[in-house]
Write a protein that binds this ligand. Structure first.
Ligand SMILES: Cc1ncc(COP(=O)(O)O)c(C=O)c1O
Length: 372
């Protein structure tokens, strides 16, 4: 049986989530905007899911805007707060996902100044430099992820929110990797905007959410009907929304059990890696997601190792799924100050609910044979 160790790329649809979705694919097919009973049944399901997702991240149901996933949520947040405004500045973390980086960089075309927030060698924000950047002129938005998809490094976004607010800017938080793995509290973090994605927490692909405090002025990315308060026109994907809601409820109920399970396996894995020569763990010593470890074996190419591991039945990543296949060293590791030769050797293991200690032991044994 192949062993799946790539849960930050995506997760298996939970069979309980599939069961919750199926009736909305084969049964009630009304349009949630319709006033008749068919429409009302669909609308009720969408609103129930909104409450389930809101409970997972402690926001108000009315603060949720459904999107097609984390990418669209990040784009809506960043482009949506910039649209129609006099261009000033936007900042984003140097280790952000491309869905944040590219959305922010695109604002340059309309006259915005866009700068990266530097990180230190552990992947944490370089606070003195960030504070100086915040004070360097008018600022509309700063974007900082809660947890990094490659290293799992967790940022102090509550502190970033405080600092951003002190200069009159909004803070956007990409919580796509954090939600379902560690507690995420939108209200307590003080974030203004936050992105979520269902397929990272055992829900269906192609559905996510942007959470927006009502004070944040936002323009839609595309124009259409009045759905989602006019912020995201188009008939809702009811079955996917129901699935996301159910996955969020299960994630909330099982959060600590899942985190404990994966942390236990991660510690076992790191102990195993520690017995191999020339292994370096990235972001070691700082708070990280319980399920994630990114490492490199000195002298080995990450993608070549990935393919050899795949042949032996282990599915891992050499960085972010989006970056793999391009042969580019991870921008996350480059931002942390690693030379391209080291960054190119990166392997990411992201554990999940269904992984076992026996799988970890087998993985370490296979890796020790491949990287002697
Ligand atoms: C941190 C982060 N943000 C955003 C995304 C994009 O989410 P989606 O695949 O739902 O578009 C991902 C997916 O890998 C991610 O890891």
């Amino acid at each position: 049986m192949p062993v799946y160790l790539d849960h930050n790329a995506t997760t298996r649809l939970d069979p309980r989530v599939l069961d919750a979705m199926l009736p909305y694919l084969s049964g009630p097919y009304g349009n949630p905007s319709s006033l008749h009973r068919f429409g009302r049944a669909a609308r009720d399901a969408v609103e129930r899911a909104r409450e389930q997702v809101a409970r997972l991240v402690n926001c108000q149901p009315g603060e949720i805007v459904w999107t097609s996933g984390g990418t669209e949520a990040n784009n809506l947040a960043i482009k949506g707060v910039a649209a129609g405004q006099q261009p000033t500045r936007v900042l984003y973390g140097a280790t952000e996902h491309p869905a944040v980086m590219e959305a922010a960089e695109a604002l340059k075309d309309s006259g915005w100044t866009v700068e990266k927030i530097a990180v230190d060698g552990r992947g944490l924000v370089d606070w003195p430099r960030f504070e100086a950047q915040l004070r360097a002129g008018p600022l509309r938005l700063a974007a900082l992820m809660r947890a990094n998809n490659e290293t799992g490094v967790i940022q102090d976004v509550a502190r970033a929110a405080q600092r951003a607010h002190a200069v009159g800017a909004w803070l956007h938080v990409d919580a796509v990797q954090a939600a379902g793995k560690i507690p995420v509290d939108f209200a307590a973090l003080g974030a203004d905007l936050m992105s979520l994605s269902s397929h990272k927490l055992y829900g269906p692909k192609g559905i996510g959410a942007l959470i927006r405090r009502s004070a944040v002025e936002l323009s839609p990315l595309h124009h259409g009907g009045p759905q989602e308060k006019g912020l995201r026109g188009g008939t809702e994907n009811v079955a996917a929304i129901v699935g996301f809601g159910h996955a969020a409820e299960l994630a909330q109920q099982e959060l600590s059990a899942r985190a404990e399970h994966t942390l236990h396996l991660r510690e076992r894995l790191e102990a195993g890696l520690g017995t191999l020569p020339r292994v370096r763990i990235f972001g070691a010593g700082v708070e990280r997601l319980p399920n994630t470890v990114q490492f490199a074996v000195e002298g080995y190419d990450g993608e070549a190792l990935l393919m050899q591991l795949d042949r032996r039945g282990f599915a891992v990543s050499s960085g972010s799924a989006c970056a793999s296949g391009k042969g580019e060293p991870s921008h996350v590791l480059l931002a942390m100050g690693y030379p391209p030769g080291v960054a190119r050797g990166a392997i990411r293991i992201s554990l999940g609910r269904d992984n076992s200690a026996a799988e970890i032991d087998a993985f370490v044994a296979a890796l020790s044979e491949l990287a002697r």
